[in-house]
Design a protein around this ligand. Structure first.
Ligand SMILES: NC(=O)c1ccc[n+]([C@@H]2O[C@H](COP(=O)([O-])OP(=O)(O)OC[C@H]3O[C@@H](n4cnc5c(N)ncnc54)[C@H](OP(=O)(O)O)[C@@H]3O)[C@@H](O)[C@H]2O)c1
Length: 168
């Protein structure tokens, strides 16, 4: 299974403000939505799930099958599954015959997947923004990785998309 991380980030590596605000451009949002609609699934951390549910964002991205990674069980409908770990999230998607998995944040979940060396490719939409503090692209954890740049693309005059392969 091909495992792809897709994130919007500020120039200095933040994926949200401290208050969870994510002021991304329309072009970024459209690019992400298109990607989700192609892959038809997302894997997200519990915090991201709660924010997306509150803001009713699942319908805006085509109601993908959503795996929420959490140590807790909670009520959810049939378009959602709960996984206790990143590996279990991928197992659930494999059992559903998905060829690709889209890892969609937030920072703690991204870090968990990187630490377990489960990410094959990374798409980063770099917005022309700097936050002094906020949620980091990867929360602090004990890992490092080398990447190979596959492609760069302009999403607009101001927003660039970087596409990397994770070297293993
Ligand atoms: N810029 C972007 O593209 C983008 C995308 C997505 C999210 N975001 C932003 O990111 C922020 C949320 O990120 P976050 O770092 O606070 O939280 P998060 O990664 O969304 O969720 C963290 C939670 O996920 C669960 N989790 C993570 N790793 C786990 C593991 N290995 N095993 C079991 N459970 C695990 C835990 O849930 P339990 O505590 O329930 O066990 C943990 O508390 C929000 O502000 C959101 O808006 C930005």
């Amino acid at each position: 299974m091909q495992v792809i991380l897709y994130m919007a980030t500020t120039v200095n590596g933040y994926i949200a403000k401290e208050n969870n605000e994510t002021p991304w451009s329309d072009e970024e949002w459209q690019s992400f939505s298109k990607f989700v609609k192609e892959i038809k699934n997302i894997v997200i951390g519990r915090n991201t799930y709660e924010i997306m549910k509150k803001d009713d964002e699942f319908s805006k991205i085509g109601n993908p099958f959503t795996v929420v990674v959490s140590r807790e069980d909670f009520a959810h409908n049939s378009n959602f599954a709960i996984a206790k770990s990143p590996k279990e999230a991928l197992k659930i998607l494999k059992e559903k015959s998905f060829a690709k998995a889209l890892i969609a944040g937030g920072g703690m979940l991204n870090s968990s997947f990187m630490k377990e060396k489960l990410i094959d490719e990374i798409y980063l939409d770099v917005e022309p923004l700097v936050f002094g503090k906020g949620i980091k692209l990867f929360s602090e954890n004990d890992f490092d990785a080398k990447l190979e740049l596959i492609e760069t693309k302009s999403l607009s005059k101001n927003t660039i998309q970087l596409h990397y392969k994770v070297l293993k």
